[in-house]
Design a protein around this ligand. Structure first.
Ligand code: NDP
Length: 333
């Protein structure tokens, strides 16, 4: 098995020297174990936080051990009846092309819908879609008629959140992303009513222009200047789901907070953070609703696919640099 290990804790942007590629030989299967050939592994922004040794909601990666993360694959050898050879499974032992572990580590999946690859279970039909759904509907309590602003709008969570907002009756959905190509896709393909490139000028001004009547909900994937702009544009009673703060994941010093926090008081705003691992109780409801929308052709799902486990680190750094549209995944072969 080819596996990627963390060998150095990065400061600032991760570099190739922080990782090493190793070959691991698995022994024969022990009773209760299965072997899985991964089809796709997920690279996600939260993994940057696991590369440093700090207190967080999920323990740091250990140095000189294979990293972990979401993956989907097929059982190629088994000792258990309920995971026969050929079963499609999802699991958290990613960053490797083949994995072998106790059956309890793996969850059997249905075959992907017609036309979709198994990577859909890392994207809109998996944790990514659930994050968008819970963040928008539970954390930010989006209501029909709300004007919604989404940062990181062309990414995996952002594209899902915009489409859910539409399907749930948002009045207007506004997005920000980091290139002209992405901004065009936001309105042409992902259902946004208005969009801007945050690199073109101050977010505060661009958001005000895109939402002259203010916003009711902010889905924050970015933090920093985006959160500050949202605080300025909020209508009374506005609600933010604080999902991510990618603008600061590679920062080497503390980043200043918004200067306009007093708006939370004067406008009666609610800002609520969440990590999706605490909301798996909504997975059943999400799966029913999202798979229905998907089957009805109401959801566009795009991904950026990097091929080869050897390119997984490049895929991860590329994700942080915005090289993806939709979900970034690594095809292992
Ligand atoms: P994305 O697919 O959105 O990829 C990350 C994107 O972030 C890039 O494509 C890039 O797009 C954008 N980006 C990078 N740097 C900056 C910057 N300085 N300012 C603005 N945008 C930037 O990743 P995900 O959809 O997987 O994750 C989106 C967010 O959601 C992340 O913050 C992540 O940590 C968070 N998250 C939180 C979860 C939770 O449980 N709370 C679960 C899953 C994700 P561009 O070209 O537009 O810059």
């Amino acid at each position: 098995s080819t596996q990627i290990q963390l060998v150095n804790r990065p400061t600032g942007w991760p570099e190739p020297k922080d990782f090493s590629t190793v070959t691991v030989e698995y022994g024969d299967l022990a009773a209760g174990q299965v072997r899985v050939a991964n089809e796709f592994i997920s690279v996600d922004p939260y993994m940057r936080g696991r590369m440093i040794d700090t207190r967080s909601y999920i323990p740091p990666f250990q140095l000189d051990e294979t990293m972990t993360g979401g993956a989907v694959g097929r059982v190629v050898a088994t000792t258990v009846d309920d995971l026969p050879v050929g079963t499609l499974v999802s699991h958290m032992l990613g960053w490797r092309d083949v994995t072998q572990a106790d059956a309890g580590e793996f969850r059997a999946l249905p075959e992907p819908p017609t036309g979709a690859a198994s990577s859909i279970y890392l994207g809109v039909l998996g944790m990514t879609g659930l994050t968008a759904y819970v963040g928008l509907l539970t954390i930010a309590s989006m209501q029909p008629g709300d004007t919604v602003f989404i940062s990181g709008a062309a990414g995996a969570v952002g594209t899902a959140a915009a489409q859910i907002a539409r399907l749930k009756g948002a009045h207007r959905v506004i997005g920000s992303a980091g290139s002209a190509e992405k901004v065009a896709l936001l309105t042409d393909r992902y259902g946004y009513d208005a969009a801007f490139n945050y690199k073109d000028g101050p977010v505060r001004r661009q958001l005000r222009d895109a939402a002259p009547d203010g916003i009711d909900v902010y889905f924050d994937n970015v933090g920093g200047d985006h959160l500050e702009a949202a605080l300025d544009s909020f209508n009374d009673g506005g609600r933010a789901a604080l999902c991510g703060a990618i603008a600061q994941y590679n920062a080497t010093s503390r980043t200043p907070g918004p200067s306009n926090m007093a708006n939370i008081i004067t406008r009666g705003l609610t800002l609520r953070g969440f990590t999706i691992g605490n909301h798996f109780d909504q997975a059943g409801e999400f799966n029913r609703e999202m798979s229905g929308w998907f089957a009805d052709g109401k959801i566009v799902h795009d991904e950026t696919v990097v091929t080869g486990i050897d390119n997984a680190v490049d895929a991860f750094v590329g994700l942080m640099r915005g090289e993806n549209t939709g979900k970034m995944v690594v095809r292992t072969s």
